[in-house]
Design a protein around this ligand. Structure first.
Ligand SMILES: Cc1cc2nc3c(=O)[nH]c(=O)nc-3n(C[C@H](O)[C@H](O)[C@H](O)COP(=O)(O)OP(=O)(O)OC[C@H]3O[C@@H](n4cnc5c(N)ncnc54)[C@H](O)[C@@H]3O)c2cc1C
Length: 438
């Protein structure tokens, strides 16, 4: 079949890889001059999630207190008058209780395993090197935090995740750069969880796909999609024309199937087909700096459990990431107000200062942010839609690096008319049909 993929981020490129591996002819439409330029660009680098760092569950709390005084969970919640933001947060809060939390983790687990397995297969088949590093250490400042994480810790044991629960000294044994004076109630070390360079991987994959005749329509923005019973048609224009404010020549491309993997723009494209999924955008932040003092730089990735800030070492750089800002939908797509941005960057800087002081060269610190879509039940939106030629792969939230290789495989199987090799409950839990809209 001829399959069109809109979006050249991690999700679109991994989907193209699996589609090509399944024998399809593939064209990826990407508005930027190259791949991995939006959410997949400056992201945190951890192959998330585990039950300890999913973006739903017991560690999240939203409400008036968080709006007025800021939340310790690292989320910056400013809904203003947005009914959509409040509704979304109410839905997220529903998954905080141990039972719904465990049920969602149970559905997510097969996808996590599939993604890990698929990535390992890809890297060994193609001898890929993209700054992979073993080991992720979650740090808890207080016994209260450890207590709050009890249901996630129980799931780690139940799911038999290889992990070690450590006291403060044990944490420093694993990662000597954690300062001795800092209050530290304990930690959880995952020896086999990893961090790696997501845009480097995506670009390497594109090079591989170039050699296998996957077409990349770069610098082209998909403006409209048309679906009929026989073909799908995508109309696109050069992105440079949008930047200059005038419309140039429109090009059309037709195929047998279309996959929407356009990150934060996916909902707008889906709406053209008369469908919707209730995803909500958040602007997520990152700080990056060269390593300042090698002896202070961590060797494993570190996560501050409370603020959910990830601290990773990518080659000779340190990256601190997370601090999502949740506001009204339209505001999220505009520039973040300076005060909120400052709070987000402070959250990142504080975590770095606490756990790896001196690791980064502060004078060369650069900030970055991007919009990523969150789903109200914590799972990506991956699968077939009500139209037999239209598929969707988005909503990975802050866990896309760890999940995209798996969701790509699922979509490629569904496009090919194959049953994905994954639990059917997980397929149903990922499907856009779960929302009853599409
Ligand atoms: C700051 C930050 C930190 C993160 N940290 C982590 C982490 O540590 N671990 C983890 O697992 N995940 C993390 N994530 C999440 C992860 O990076 C994302 O889930 C993942 O990159 C999403 O990939 P994507 O391809 O779906 O989206 P994107 O990378 O946004 O790609 C979508 C692509 O579609 C293109 N596009 C959109 N509309 C059109 C159109 N109309 N025509 C043509 N092209 C179009 C865009 O240009 C873009 O390239 C983080 C995200 C952010 C923002």
């Amino acid at each position: 079949m001829d399959v069109i993929v809109i979006g050249g981020g991690l999700t679109g490129v991994t989907t193209a890889y699996q589609l090509r591996a399944a024998g399809h002819r593939v064209c990826v439409i990407e508005q930027h001059a190259t791949v991995a330029q939006e959410a997949s660009f400056g992201q945190g680098g951890l192959l998330l999630p585990t039950p300890l760092d999913v973006w739903f569950g017991p560690g999240l709390a939203f409400g008036m207190r968080q709006m007025l005084f800021g939340s310790r969970n690292g989320m910056i919640y400013q809904p203003g008058l947005s009914a959509g933001a409040r509704r979304f947060v109410r839905q997220l809060n529903a998954a905080r209780e141990p039972e719904p939390f465990a049920a969602q983790c149970e559905k997510l687990r097969p996808l996590i395993e599939l993604s890990r397995r698929t990535l390992v297969e890809m890297e060994s088949r193609h001898a890929m090197e993209f700054e992979q590093r073993d080991g992720v250490l979650h740090l808890f400042r207080t016994p209260r935090e450890l207590k709050q994480a009890a249901s996630a810790l129980a799931l780690l044991a139940q799911f038999e995740y290889p992990h070690q629960v450590l006291d403060g000294d044990g944490c420093r044994g694993v990662e000597p750069s954690v300062p001795v004076g800092e209050a530290l109630a304990g930690g959880v070390f995952f020896p086999y969880e990893r961090s790696a360079n997501c845009p480097l991987f995506t670009k390497q994959l594109k090079t591989l796909l170039d050699e296998h005749d996957v077409e990349f329509a770069l610098g082209r923005r998909a403006d409209s999609i048309r679906l009929d019973s026989g073909r799908v048609v995508v109309e696109m224009t050069p992105q440079s024309d949008h930047a200059n404010g005038h419309r140039g020549a429109t090009e059309s491309i037709a195929g047998d199937a279309l996959v929407l993997a356009a990150g934060a723009n996916t909902q707008a494209l889906l709406a053209q087909a008369g469908m919707r999924v209730p995803l909500y955008p958040a602007r997520v932040h990152a700080l990056t700096a060269p390593i300042g003092y090698e002896e202070h730089a961590p060797h494993v990735a570190v996560v501050d459990y409370e603020s959910r800030v990830s601290i990773s070492r990518l080659h000779n750089r340190m990256r601190y990431a997370s601090a999502p800002v949740l506001q009204g939908r339209r505001k999220t797509f505009r520039t973040t107000p300076p005060k909120l941005r400052e709070r987000a960057l402070d959250t990142l800087g504080q975590a770095g200062h606490t756990w790896v002081p001196g690791a980064a060269k502060l004078s060369a610190m650069r900030d970055w942010d991007s919009v990523t879509l969150l789903s109200p039940d914590g799972l990506p939106v991956t699968g077939a839609t009500a139209h037999p030629r239209l598929f969707i792969n988005t909503g990975h939230g802050p866990g896309g690096w760890g999940l995209a290789c798996g969701t790509a495989k699922i979509v490629a199987d569904l496009v090919s008319g194959q049953t994905p090799e994954i639990d059917s409950n997980t397929i149903a839990a990922l499907s856009p049909a779960r929302f009853g809209h599409s």
